[in-house]
Design a protein around this ligand. Structure first.
Ligand code: NDP
Ligand code: 2IT
Length: 444
């Protein structure tokens, strides 16, 4: 059996009941075949792939907290510090009832290559908890965040591991976690990113993932002789990534006609009203059912369905495996030209294969959504310098980083004979950088 197949088999055997982790490892290792085959003997002797797929450290802890009625709850907290070859562990914290070790491992594994693609010195990590922030009061959120950080603070630091936001973790949660870290450790340092602007946060970090997604799509279309202007776009999700993807798409002259949350989706033929969306989601923290009150001509549908709308570009920005084969077929039948992943691993493997086989330009999450973590790294730089850069400067740096990501993955794909396959290109470009650093640092 080939080295790649051996390692995939080991991963499945050694990490049972972690399907998302298996999926992420398979996708990466399968597309690394051309590089691995060329160096098979050396990589095997160095157990390079075994070191790559085993986290340096995984931390699991109890998170007790008290609700407003005095009831005690116990959640499970995780931090997976996967790979520090190129810098301190860096990656978000997901708060969602579906969180388990396998999901955090898949996310932190992806993060290794994504962070490498940014060109900035950050390693791969991710954390989270099965806590559900929905319907909780501010005090309950604070109680959870303080308890979570009381344990997590032992393992993180500005030069060790720097968490940030992800699903369910936004500015409010980062604020409570930062306050607790500072209180226990007694240091004011850039230990978290996505902080509020009044205490060390970076301008553009809130917008960065969504803006970065549109910047890389813009560059890809430019290189294919096209533009975003006048394109019709379907976005899924209605959180941080979706909101700012819609904002930038509209600024670039496109029309986004859908968004969604975990209960349903909206179709607005005149283009999503961003002020209404921000009011519903960021201010009132309500469901998308409210959207129709602001835009009577829009439609609200229960359940899934954003990928059934006829669009030029699809941007999945909610969660993993939210765009399946049936969705891919519907998109292709409707003439979609590009799909770019704002979320992490939102496209199922069979859907991805179908899109690629049908000539759809496909940008994988580890490239397309790298703008968020890249701007987090810029926040770390500003914190170290004890300075705040202006919006225009950070935005210009973000844009340049995304343009570079596109050209790096394009070049890597071409180098190995996979022109236009950005999945292969992203995995190879990220892998090559991490492996060079791992090799230089010996067997650690
Ligand atoms: P948010 O919590 O702000 O928003 C998530 C959105 O996705 C919400 O609309 C939510 O609906 C929906 N959603 C979440 N889980 C599910 C589910 N299981 N089924 C259906 N809908 C769901 O998160 P973000 O916008 O920050 O993150 C979205 C995606 O982007 C994630 O995959 C994340 O890992 C990825 N990402 C985030 C980055 C960031 O900087 N924030 C950076 C790079 C990637 P509801 O509110 O109803 O739950
Ligand atoms: O998936 C991701 O890249 C994030 N959630 C952002 C991580 C970060 O450290 O900003």
């Amino acid at each position: 059996m080939s080295y790649v197949d051996d390692v995939i088999e080991q991963v499945i055997k050694q990490n049972p009941n972690e399907p998302e982790f298996h999926q992420a490892v398979k996708e990466v290792l399968e597309s690394l075949r051309p590089v691995i085959t060329a160096n098979e003997d050396k990589f095997r002797r160095d157990a390079l792939l075994e070191r790559l797929v085993n986290p340096e450290r995984q931390i699991k802890f109890r998170v007790p907290w008290i609700d407003d009625k005095g009831q005690v709850h116990v959640n499970t907290g995780y931090r997976v510090q996967f790979n520090s070859a190129i810098g301190p562990y860096k990656g978000g914290i997901r708060l969602h009832p579906s969180v388990n070790l396998g999901i955090i491992k898949f996310l932190s594994f992806e993060q290794i290559f994504k962070n490498a693609l940014t060109g900035l010195p950050i390693g791969g990590g991710k954390g989270g908890s099965d806590f559900d922030p929905k319907g909780k009061s501010d005090r309950e959120i604070m109680a959870f965040c303080q308890s979570f950080m009381t344990e997590l603070c032992k393992y993180i630091g500005a030069d060790t591991d720097v968490p940030a936001g992800d699903i369910g973790t936004g500015a409010r949660e980062i604020g409570y976690m930062f306050g607790q870290y500072k209180r226990i450790r007694g240091v004011f340092e850039g230990v978290l990113t996505g902080k509020g602007l009044s205490y060390g946060g970076s301008l553009v970090r809130t917008e960065a993932t969504g803006y970065g997604l549109l910047y890389i799509v813009e560059e890809m279309l430019k290189c294919h002789g096209d533009t975003i202007e006048d394109k019709t776009i379907a976005v899924s999700g209605a959180g941080n990534v979706a909101t700012y993807a819609i904002e930038k798409a509209h600024q670039l002259g496109a029309k986004v006609v859908t968004c969604s949350d975990s209960t349903g989706w909206v179709y607005d033929p005149d283009g999503i009203d961003l002020n209404a969306l921000k009011e519903i989601k960021e201010v009132k923290r309500e469901r998308l059912t409210e959207y129709k009150k602001y835009r009577p001509k829009s439609e609200y549908h229960e359940g899934r369905g954003v990928w059934t709308v006829k669009v030029d570009i699809a941007l999945p920005c909610a969660t993993q495996n939210e765009l399946n084969l049936e969705d891919a077929k519907a998109l292709v039948a409707n003439g979609v030209m590009a799909v770019a992943e704002g979320a992490n691993m939102p496209t199922t493997p069979d859907a991805m294969d179908y899109l690629l086989a049908n000539g759809v330009l496909f940008l994988p999450g580890k490239a397309a959504n790298a703008g968020g973590v890249a701007t987090s790294a810029l926040e770390m730089s500003q914190n170290s310098e004890r300075i705040c850069w202006p919006f225009e400067k950070v935005d210009a740096m973000l844009k340049q980083i995304m343009i570079n990501v596109y050209h790096n993955i394009d070049k890597a794909a071409k180098k190995y004979g996979y022109e236009g396959n950005y999945v292969v290109g992203a995995n190879i470009a990220g892998f090559e950088k991490v492996v060079e650093a791992m090799n230089a640092q010996g067997i650690v």
